[in-house]
Design a protein around this ligand. Sequence first.
Ligand code: BG6
Length: 483
Amino acid sequence: MSAATGDRGRGDDRARSDALAFFGATGDLAHKMVFPALYAMEKRGALDMPVVGVARSDWGVEQLRARARDSIETFGGGVDDTAAFDRLCSSLRYVSGDYTDPATFAALRRELGPAERPLHYLAIPPSLFDDVVTALGDAGCARGARVVVEKPFGRDLASARELNAVLHREFGERSIFRIDHYLGKEAVQNILYFRFANSFLEPIWNRNHVRAVRVTMAEDFGLAGRERFYEEVGALRDVVQNHLLQTVSLLAMEPPAGRGAEAIRDEKVKVFRSMRTLRSDQVVRGQFDGYRRQPGVAPDSDVETYVAIEAWIDSWRWEGVPFLIRTGKLLPETVTEVLVELKAPPQQVFGDAAPVTGPVNYLRFRLGPQVAMALGARAKRPGEGFDGEPVELLFVDQPSRDEMGPYERLLGDALDGEQILFARQDGVEEAWRVVDHVVHDHRPALPYAPGTWGPPEADALARHVGGWHDPVVVHEPPGDAPA
Ligand code: BG6
């Protein structure tokens, strides 16, 4: 990479890939994400290349096609364009075999045909990367190629470095695409756009005006079949080290010096670098009651299904501003929201009858499932006297049917060699450095009741700025469009 590792720079960085191979083709990620994304790309006419599924299952291409149909029907809104689906099916190939067997990769090379710049998507556990990357190299499949890998990228700083070293044996940094699907979300990209496409924000976007930044990623569901994976990971590794710290980097970064992916990624890395390493007293871990009774979970498991952290960025801009971040499973709502609270007015000029509580001025970014932005203010309530009430200037984005999903966007960018929405090695490692100490050394997970906002002990982390902000979700009656 430009900053840290240097690129081995084989081939043209921006030439479009000419084939897609995806490992783990019969697995869960392919089923939920990859096939729907490929189908969406095919509908737009943006997938004009062979697509080779690779997996250990002893399948044929017909089974892979049936799996694609099932995936699109279950997770991709159904097959509504038969011609596109047929095109996808006819571009599909299947290679079955063990990832340690050179014959698997010889077969892959044959299926790739004349392709000179394949993209290899490793939708497989990181423990298999070493074998797969070595075999890709030995079979001549890595030459001119790109590789896509999934988060969580490693289990801690040391293992992330090892994985990076494995990938760099065959691929230059500019050919490595680390997927964090949050960066593929429109609402997350909008943080970057909104900050740097407007002039009114910059004067207040700093320690002089911002009191606290709160980020909540809540899910009202549990693990639903992912317990085994989760036992190895926990909330801190699953979403904080990646999705939520990436989101914070977009909120906190300096304006990019110049255009293009590297200018933006440079500034994001600086945010991670200036984040303090978390101490265990800045972290509250929780586990929902009943987690230990789930299949695949150890009866004495200490894995966290909830985590709240108090992060600090030691920079001129953010000195003294807490970044309070929390996430959890089985919370009251499914919602991700950022609240940037501004400092209160210096004086209360009006003797409002009711005491003014909670943040007065703020910017609120609802990142999902609906997308919205709001500016919180107080306005005079009509009538005698000067009594006010909280109001919001609200912008709600109605998702269009045409909008790209994160995986469609990210896979399309990777095929084009566009790095802007992917995490760079130095950023990934710095984000691990922030959480590395508490990943290994932490207080026990505290119990919380399903349907609550986590263990009450987490309140203490945010008390100095008036507590957490619980996002309000308006549930529309079935059949009504979201407002
Ligand atoms: C994944 C995590 O990366 O993100 C899941 O592994 C989490 O645990 C999911 O549920 C949330 O993604 P989204 O797009 O639904 O907010």
